[in-house]
Design a protein around this ligand. Structure first.
Ligand code: F6R
Length: 271
């Protein structure tokens, strides 16, 4: 794949199941930093547009390493360019279960540290699945999460990472396109990665509450971020392999507003 250095290259992906139709753009940036700056700029533009009309904007957010560059840039937009987040409503993809919101391992705390505490978001506009809910109340809590997304008008712009298992959110292989917010078991590969991320010393969570593939695909725009050589093999399967529950990220190719935003290292196996 050729690409002018210093510029993003957009590569249409071919869907082998649809007899030659080209689907879902893959935009390759020279680095994760440039890709993240571009995604953050798009989000900032959307926020400014909605704010100028007196409307709110609903962002779907992810944890993990992939969105960190976007979050750093958004903080910069707020602190240095004065961009206000008062009109922003957020919904996170997932939270471990059981997990108290104040645990340093929780995604609640991850988001607070890496984004929320640096912005002027209204705390009542921030939503994450409740990892502290009792088992018998999980289903009702998940339905309430879905309802809150609907009542906010649906997600305008969803950010995703991709796990080495091919998961989006914690929709592991086997999750089909109709799945909704629910309790799930983490794949072995995902737990290995978590163990590495947590430094190996912590007990690795086994369960999580995640938005479903169906919930994610209802967002108007969905941007999957994949950076680094470690993502190359799974990205290649997600972009060029069969669309189906064996690799939940592949469902993005069926979404008219779906995009893969990647760096050169992650794109290295896309031919
Ligand atoms: C996180 C999430 C996961 C991660 C994925 C990639 O909220 O839902 O799907 O996006 O595991 O993680 P990183 O970005 O750490 O490689």
């Amino acid at each position: 794949m050729s690409q002018p250095s210093g510029e993003a290259a957009t590569v249409p992906s071919r869907d082998p199941e649809s007899r030659g139709a080209w689907r879902v753009p893959v935009t390759v940036y020279p680095s994760a930093t440039e890709a993240s700056a571009e995604v953050a700029r798009e989000i900032a533009d959307l926020i400014r547009l909605r704010a100028s009309r007196g409307e709110h904007v609903v962002l779907g957010l992810a944890t993990g390493s992939s969105p960190l560059g976007v979050y750093r840039e958004l903080i910069r937009w707020h602190q240095q360019a004065g961009l206000s987040f008062r009109c922003v409503v957020t919904f996170n993809l997932d939270e471990y279960w059981p997990m108290p919101a104040d645990s340093p391992l929780s995604y609640h705390q991850f988001m607070r540290r890496n984004l929320f505490e640096h912005l002027d978001l209204d705390p009542s506009n921030i939503h994450l699945p409740d990892g502290a809910v009792a088992r018998e109340e999980i289903e009702v809590s998940c339905q309430a999460y879905e309802r809150a997304i609907r009542e906010a008008g649906g997600i305008d712009y969803q950010i995703l990472g991709i796990g080495r298992s091919g998961h989006i959110g914690f929709n592991e292989p086997g999750s089909d396109r109709t799945t909704r917010t629910r309790l799930v078991e983490l794949a072995l590969l995902s737990r290995e990665d978590l163990k590495r991320d947590l430094g190996g010393g912590e007990e690795v969570p086994r369960l999580a509450i995640t938005m479903g593939v169906g919930t994610i695909l209802e967002a108007r725009q969905v941007v999957l971020l994949a950076f680094g050589r470690g993502k190359a093999a799974i990205l290649e399967r997600a972009v060029l392999g069969r669309i189906g529950p064996a690799l939940p990220a592949s469902f993005l190719r069926d979404h008219p507003g779906g995009r893969f935003v990647v760096d050169q290292a992650a794109a290295s196996l896309l031919r």
